[in-house]
Design a protein. Structure first.
Length: 228
């Protein structure tokens, strides 16, 4: 049986609570049973439980807390929402939706690396088009009320400026292709059975590596121009 597609499309990620069919093979690994089951998805990304039925009958059984990444659950975000950061980016001329979501991903990643906390509270999801802020996408698509604007800390404003300076000249398509080569999206996209949520700890660690690489390149340039 071919594996069901559970993430990467708009309909599954935008749902606040969705029940999705899963194939029998992963359930066998999780529950040591065979049959078909439902993912009980909460918050649009994380899987709280799987309910499955064994082949041959018997009552449905539930396995709880499957696929939920808890490694970054203690991270406290700034008072911002992704909507707040999106407004700032649009003020700087970012009007393409795909480009906006990629720049939001970079703001989140660089803020995690530099300050240890997210720039905004919403999760980043791995969709086929690259990283997307699923809650923002759904709110704007369905014209839902926007969250009350929060205070914008100076750290977030500084990261926004650097992200626009670094990536702002790139098109949405170019940014999509770039994120498709980066570990946070690649790792989640290749392992998205239970969640499409990109782990914040994985984002932080990857962007820390990029920061170190930037510093190493700067040292090499400085050394290259030093008088002998």
């Amino acid at each position: 049986m071919a594996a069901d597609t559970l993430a990467g499309d708009a309909s599954s990620s935008e749902a606040r609570r969705t029940r999705s069919w899963v194939p029998s093979a992963p359930l066998a690994a999780v529950a040591k049973g065979r049959g078909r089951g439902f993912l009980d998805r909460a918050g649009g990304a994380n899987v709280r439980s799987i309910t499955f039925c064994l082949e041959g009958g018997g009552p449905p059984q539930t396995v709880g807390a499957v696929g939920v990444s808890g490694s970054d659950s203690a991270m406290t975000s700034t008072p911002c929402h992704a909507h707040d950061v999106a407004r700032k980016l649009r003020d700087r001329g970012v009007d393409e939706v795909k480009k906006l979501h990629k720049l939001l991903y970079y703001v989140q990643g660089w803020h995690l690396a530099e300050h240890g906390v997210p720039a905004f509270e919403e999760d980043v999801a791995a969709w086929e088009m690259g990283p997307v802020i699923a809650d923002l996408w759904a709110d704007e698509k369905h014209r839902r009320p926007q969250p009350t604007a929060g205070e914008m800390p100076s750290t977030v404003l500084e990261v926004i400026e650097r992200v626009v300076e670094r990536y702002g000249a790139m098109s949405g398509r170019a940014l999509e292709e770039k994120t498709h080569r980066e570990a946070p999206w690649v790792d989640r996209w290749n392992d998205r059975l239970f969640t499409d949520r990109i782990d914040r700890t994985a984002m932080r660690d990857w962007f820390l590596l990029q920061r170190d690489a930037d510093a190493a390149r700067a040292r090499r340039r400085e050394h290259a121009v030093m008088p002998r």
